[in-house]
Structure formats: C-alpha cells, structure tokens
Design a protein around this ligand. Structure first.
Ligand code: NDP
Length: 314
C-alpha cells in the first residue's frame, strides 16, 4: 500500500457500486475508490470491495492483494470459478448485523412460544381469550453456528431465560449456553431442541443440513428459524414434516431461489412465515469502519481477523 492505492468497488448493480464507492470516499488517505464498470478497462486495483460481483472482475483485475466482502456469507463469492485460488478473502464480522439478528430470532421465538399467531387469528374473530402462561423449560432453543452472529444470538436468548444450546465445529465455553461441538454431537443437540435457529455458513458440509433426517430428531412440535442460507434447507422435507405435524412451524428469511417465486408454496402456507432476506442487513457506516480499519492494519503489516479459510469454506 501507500500513495496511489486503488480500490475497486463492485456490487451486483451499477447504482450499488456507486453508492458504496461514495460511502468509502475519503475514508483512507491517498486512496482512490473506483466503481466497477462492466464495460471498463483494467484499473490495476490493489484491493476489491465486493458483493456478488461480476466474475469478470477477477479476470480483469490481476493485481488484487485481497478482496473484502460486503457481507458475512461468502458462499456466492467462493462459488465463482474466476476467483483466483490464492487471493485472500475477508468477510464482514458482525458490523451491526448481530444485533439485528438477535431481534429477528427473538421475534420468531416469542411468536412461537407465546403463540402470538393464535391471538392474531382471535382478533380476526373479535375473540377475547387468553392462553395459560408458558413454561420456558418446554422451549429449548438450539443455535446452529456460534460465529460472530450465532454466539450473540445464543447469549441473548439465554438472557431471556430459555434453555439454550449451540452447535459448532469446535466446542467452547459460552456462559449460559450448552455447546455441542462436531458432527458426532449433532444428534444430541437436535434431540434437546424445540426451536432450531440456523446460523451456519453455507459450505459443502452444511448444504442441505436442514433435511428430514435431522429435523425429525428435534423435540415434538418443533419450530425452524432459518436465517442463514436457503440451500441449507431441503424445502420438500420441511413441507412434509409440517403436513404430518412433526414440525409446528417455520420462520424463513432465506430461500434456494431469491426472490421467492410467486407460485412457491411457502407464500401461502399457514405454518410458514416468509421474510425477504432482511434478518440482518449490511449497515453502511459500521461496514466502512470495519473494512477501513482492516485495510489500515494490512498497511501496517498487522494480522487481521475475518480471513476466510478456503479449506473450511467459511
Ligand atoms: P461465522 O463464520 O462467524 O460463524 C460460522 C459458525 O458456524 C462457526 O461457529 C462455525 O464453527 C460454525 N460451523 C461452520 N461449519 C460448521 C460445520 N460443518 N458444523 C458445525 N458448525 C459449523 O459466521 P457468521 O456468524 O458471521 O454468519 C453466519 C451465516 O449467517 C453467514 O454465513 C450467512 O450465511 C448468514 N447471514 C444471514 C443474514 C441474513 O440477513 N439472513 C445476514 C448475515 C449473515 P466454529 O466456531 O467451530 O468454527
């Protein structure tokens, strides 16, 4: 780095690239932020800041030293064959997303446990009728993925007094959260869970993990909250398990195909709530702050966190 650093900013739309470019403008000395132009010439960029960029970026810009992803999930980026195998990738870590995710998951949990859907239906019939108080011990929550976002969610739900467990590759200590580590502990984790929250990255190991075999191991009348990626879920398995009453409901923010097609059965399903991939949105200010700090550290030759492991896929 040094004088004359060039950073190309490439998102999935021309206005998106321009907006992010403006957000970064002036944040680093001697640095030019250049919006990606599909029809443009190579600019000799040192770094790229991207969200679902055109694959041609990696063919045209051959001097890149690192790529910064404008999101936590890097599955779509890693899926690009044009991405050079040795190019370091840095993802967003929290950057204001964890607290949004806490709100979303708590909403889904309370809607299920406190049966707010029942009251919505009762209001339609002008019916005044209260349900008995709930016993939180009957609503054990299980969070799959205890990363930058999952750990915050697990801690927040534990604070509300629900029994909480988490599942990750490696075990660790988290106050108030029972942690299950590794594939061999998945069955035990599922067997004690009634509200399953998915916050795993999408990798070859986790794709289709929300399938019949795994969902059937949950406690009876379980709920699914999928906020990670659509390709974690085998959609027909969810529909089958809801139809036979094995699962009671689902709150889904992510889908195999987005936007969710108009004729998709999830839209009109009485036990499924759909939101349009808004559980935790990338916040401009926090994101600029985080990426600029990391570039500053790289400049000083310091290590940075959030480096993606190509081997692990996250
Ligand atoms: P992190 O990379 O910080 O955490 C990933 C977690 O998953 C880690 O705890 C990791 O275990 C665990 N994990 C990975 N692979 C496995 C496996 N094979 N078995 C068990 N555990 C595994 O991710 P974030 O918390 O930042 O984000 C998680 C995901 O949330 C993102 O990848 C993205 O897809 C999704 N997301 C969705 C948003 C939305 O709006 N819907 C917004 C933001 C993110 P370990 O700790 O042992 O390494």
């Amino acid at each position: 780095m040094g004088a004359g650093t060039k950073i190309i900013v490439a998102t999935n739309s021309r206005p998106g690239s321009a907006k992010w470019c403006n957000a970064f403008e002036g944040s680093l000395p001697d640095t030019q932020f250049i919006p990606w132009d599909e029809a443009g010439e190579p600019v000799g960029a040192d770094y790229a800041i991207v969200w679902q960029p055109a694959p041609a970026l990696f063919v045209r810009e051959t001097r890149l030293q690192a790529v910064f992803n404008l999101g936590a999930g890097i599955d779509s980026l890693l899926g690009l064959p044009e991405l050079p195998g040795n190019l370091p990738i840095v993802r967003l870590e929290d950057a204001g997303m964890a607290e949004q995710m806490v709100e979303y998951v708590v909403y889904g949990l309370l809607r299920a446990a406190r049966e707010f859907g029942v009251y919505e239906a009762q209001q339609q019939a002008s019916e005044w009728s209260g349900l008995p108080p709930i016993d939180r011990l009957r609503w054990p929550v299980g969070v799959m993925g205890l990363g930058a976002i999952g750990e915050r969610v697990a801690r927040a739900v534990a604070q509300l007094g629900y029994p909480v467990a988490g599942w990750a590759r490696r075990s660790r200590e988290i106050d108030g959260v029972q942690v299950y580590g590794g594939a061999e502990r998945l069955p035990a984790f599922l067997a004690r869970t009634r509200v399953l929250v998915n916050l795993l990255p999408l990798t070859p190991e986790t794709e289709n993990i929300l399938n019949r075999e795994n969902l059937e191991q949950l406690l009876p009348r379980a709920y699914l909250i999928n906020v990670a990626r659509g390709r974690h879920l085998v959609e027909q398995d969810l529909l089958d398990l809801l139809a036979c009453g094995r699962l009671a409901g689902a709150l889904l923010d992510v889908f195999r195909s987005e936007p969710l097609p108009k004729n998709h059965p999830f839209w009109s399903h009485a036990s499924i709530t759909v939101t349009p991939h808004i559980a935790a949105i990338t916040l401009r200010e926090d994101t600029v702050h985080q990426i600029v700090n990391k570039i500053g550290n790289l400049k000083k030759g310091l290590p940075i966190s959030g480096r993606v492991s190509r081997e692990q896929g996250y």
